[in-house]
Structures are given as structure tokens and as C-alpha cells.
Write a protein that binds this ligand. Structure first.
Ligand SMILES: *Cc1c(COP(=O)(O)O)cnc(C)c1O
Length: 410
């Protein structure tokens, strides 16, 4: 029942398959939704697999840049071929050691989330005798979108409160080793509603223009965030935003007309839209049991391979690929993993064909927030195999490894 059946036979399960052709389609689709000249940062948080990041950088006429927030992601971005100057370093908890590694590797663009974060970046830069270009991440005073995950307008570990910037600017401008070059907004994620997304961008552009005019913040690079939505662990296409490009151009002309001359550089960022649709999880059926009238299909991978974020309240409604299954043959049941916790559930009432041990189910659209967003160490099973394909061709087969290394032996 799975188009990847032979890969499951060859490499076992649980296995992720990522199709680079789909990565390329997602990249080209998203660039097509944005005005010409808008850059796109790929958030490696979604999937740090170097092959996926490489495809986003190297294929197509408009290459993505990389957005990272750890030394591990730095290594993945460099392994994928990103030059240090193509990388933006973000995150609320950059340690001095991480910053020094990044600066030593040649990274010069940072998004800073507080005055002290900026000083830490500056200290690392001074140590290496260089200047770091910094975007101020702004926590806007309010936002007007009604859908998606809203990130701003409240107390937050992310960003500098916009209302404090007038008083703070002289101090921020004077931090040795740094140069303020722009602003970074990331106000929402996974916005299905196009009008909501445009409303959010209007607010962001308005806020950025005000900061430039009122506190003199330069806008050599204005990162207006993302919010582009893509299905997660359920079938369906990436969200289309037919009005986005024209709508964004109108808003830009209204609030920041200099964008057309390139005087204001613009960027968006995305993880799930670029990587989500390329990935499928193949899981093997270990057992099928009935309990008090309810069917449980027990798979060989659960929240240790997918959806560990359900631990923070994001319950998975995972669905299996029903391609070629007759409606009359559908059953309803829970999809659960092998872990000894009732939390190991991928779906409570999934539609599925009759399944038996040895069958393989496919969970679609899990190229983002899959393996590395899961509880891979929980209950000690190996990480899933990750197979990268381009159409029919297998490009690479790998598996993350974790093991204890002793720093001190008594
Ligand atoms: C997580 C994150 C992203 C990616 O979000 P998606 O919803 O996967 O597109 C982009 N930018 C920042 C700052 C993030 O924290």
C-alpha cells in the first residue's frame, strides 16, 4: 500500500523518506508566492538534514539562506554547503561558546533578542577582531492576526519589547563589535488564513517603518518572518496563498517604498513550508489488538520518531496514506507506538485499512518537525533510518546516532 514499500523492505522500519524533488517544488512555490528580491531563510530547526538544506540552497534560480540557532545547526548548514555569509544566527539563549564558534566559522549576521544578547554577540566579535551585523528582533506591542500560533504582543523570551526601543537605542548603538543593520519579526507560525497573514505583515511593515522613522533603526535587512502553513502528519497539499505576492507588494509600496530600489532588503523565513511535504514516515505494524471494542494498531515507531512535541500539548492527529484503499475496507482505530507510556499515541481515531503485523503504514507530510523534534532517546530504541531520494533514485541512507560519552572516569 505504500509507494515506498520496497524502501521499507530494504531498510526496515521505522524509516523516513525525503524526496528532494518535492523540496525543490516547495522552494520554488514559496519563492513564487513572494515578491522578486525577497530572500528566504530556511529554518534548520524544521529538519537539519544536510541533503534537504543543500537542495534548498543549491537548486533553482533563487537559493535559500540558512537560519540556525545552535552549534549543531551551524555544522549542518556548513555541511550542506552554505557559506558563512549566507547564515543568520538566531535564538534567545545563545551562549558565549556558541557565539564564538559561529564567529570563528565566519558567521556575521545575528538576530539579537535583548540588549545583553547583543553585548554577548559583540564580545564574541571583538574577540575575533570583527564586526557582527545585528538584526534587532522586535516584540511588537500587539498583533492583529487571528489564526496560527501568535508569538508577540505579550511578555516573551523572544525579541526586544518595541516600546522600550526609543530609550534603549543609544545603548544598543554603542555596543562594541556590533553594527545594527535591521529588524527581525517572527510573529506567527502556520497561518492557514491568507488575509490573516497579510494583516500580520501589514502590522510588521508598519512597525518597522515606524522604528526606522522614530528611533533611526536602519533597515538594510528587514526579516518580516514567515507563517507559511503546510500540513503536518496528515495528507494534503501545501497551503496556497494566491493573493500573497500582490498583496505584499501593495503593503511594501505603502509602508516601505524604498524596497523597490533595494535600499530596504527584505527576507522571509520558513521551516515547515520548505521541508514538511517532502517527508513520509514508514512505520511497521507490530501488532493489532482489540480492547473493549476499540482497535489499537501498534507500530514500531511512536513519539520516539514523530511528534515528541505532543509532550507540550500538540497532539498529533496523524493519518495514514489511504491511496488505493477502498472505502468499504476502511476501519477506525488508534495508531500507537511501542513505548511504555499512554502518551505514545499518533492518532486516536484514524481511518485505516485492515492491518496485520508486517504491514507498513505511511504517515505523509512529516519532512518538518519529524526525527529531531521527537523523543528519540526515550525508551532506548534506535533513531529511525532516514532515506533521501530524488524521485526514484536513492541519494543517501543514514541514521542519527546517540550514545553516552564519559567526560570523567572516576
Ligand atoms: C521556528 C522558527 C521558524 C520556522 O517556523 P515554521 O513554522 O517551521 O516555518 C522561523 N523563524 C524563527 C525565528 C523560528 O523560531
Amino acid at each position: 500500500m505504500s509507494k515506498y514499500r520496497t524502501l521499507a523492505e530494504k531498510f526496515g522500519t521505522p524509516t523516513y523518506v525525503y524526496d528532494l524533488d518535492v523540496v525543490a517544488q516547495a522552494r520554488d512555490q514559496l519563492f513564487g508566492l513572494l515578491p522578486d528580491g525577497v530572500e528566504l531563510f530556511y529554518a534548520l530547526k524544521a529538519n537539519p538534514h544536510p541533503e534537504i538544506a543543500r537542495e534548498l540552497r543549491a537548486g533553482g534560480d533563487r537559493p535559500c539562506r540558512a537560519e540556525i540557532s545552535s552549534t549543531g545547526e551551524l555544522g549542518n548548514a556548513l555541511a550542506a554547503g552554505f557559506a558563512p555569509e549566507e547564515i543568520l544566527y538566531t535564538g534567545p539563549g545563545k551562549t558565549d561558546a556558541e557565539l564564538e564558534r559561529a564567529v570563528a566559522a565566519g558567521v556575521r549576521l545575528f538576530s539579537v533578542e535583548s540588549a545583553s544578547d547583543l553585548r554577548h554577540v559583540g564580545a564574541a566579535a571583538v574577540k575575533h577582531g570583527v564586526t557582527a551585523s545585528c538584526l534587532l528582533r522586535v516584540n511588537t506591542t500587539a498583533s492583529n492576526a487571528s489564526s496560527g500560533i501568535r508569538m508577540m504582543g505579550r511578555p516573551s523570551q523572544f525579541g526586544i519589547d518595541a516600546e522600550t526601543l526609543p530609550a534603549l537605542m543609544p545603548e544598543l548603538r554603542a555596543v562594541p563589535g556590533t553594527r545594527l543593520v535591521g529588524a527581525h519579526f517572527f510573529t506567527m507560525s502556520n497561518a492557514q488564513d491568507e488575509d490573516g497573514l497579510l494583516g500580520e505583515y501589514e502590522f510588521v511593515l508598519h512597525s518597522a517603518a515606524r522604528l526606522r522613522d522614530e528611533v533611526g533603526l536602519p533597515l538594510e535587512l528587514l526579516d518580516i518572518g514567515g507563517g507559511f502553513s503546510s500540513p503536518y502528519a496528515v495528507p494534503g497539499p501545501r497551503t496556497d496563498y494566491p493573493k500573497l505576492r500582490a498583496g505584499l507588494e501593495v503593503l511594501l509600496d505603502l509602508h516601505l517604498p524604498e524596497w523597490r530600489s533595494g535600499e530596504v532588503g527584505l527576507a522571509c523565513e520558513s521551516g515547515r513550508y520548505l521541508a514538511g511535504s517532502c517527508g513520509s514516515l514508514l512505520a511497521g505494524v507490530v501488532n493489532v489488538k482489540e480492547s473493549r471494542g476499540h482497535r489499537f494498531v501498534i507500530l514500531d515507531g511512536g513519539i520516539n520518531v514523530l511528534g515528541g512535541l505532543s509532550g507540550i500539548g500538540r497532539l498529533l492527529p496523524a493519518a495514514v496514506d489511504l491511496d488505493g484503499v477502498d472505502d468499504d475496507d476502511l476501519r477506525t482505530g488508534s495508531l500507537v507506538g511501542p513505548l511504555c507510556t499512554p502518551g505514545d499515541s499518533l492518532a486516536k481515531a484514524a481511518r485505516m485499512p485492515e492491518l496485520a503485523p508486517g504491514d507498513v503504514v505511511t504517515v505523509p507530510n512529516v519532512g518538518a518537525y519529524g526525527v529531531t523534534a521527537s523523543l528519540i532517546g526515550f525508551l532506548g530504541r534506535p533513531a529511525p533510518v532516514e532515506v533521501v531520494v530524488r524521485g526514484e533514485d536513492v541519494v543517501s541512507v543514514s541514521r542519527l546516532d546517540y550514545h553516552r560519552t564519559y567526560e570523567v572516569t572516576p
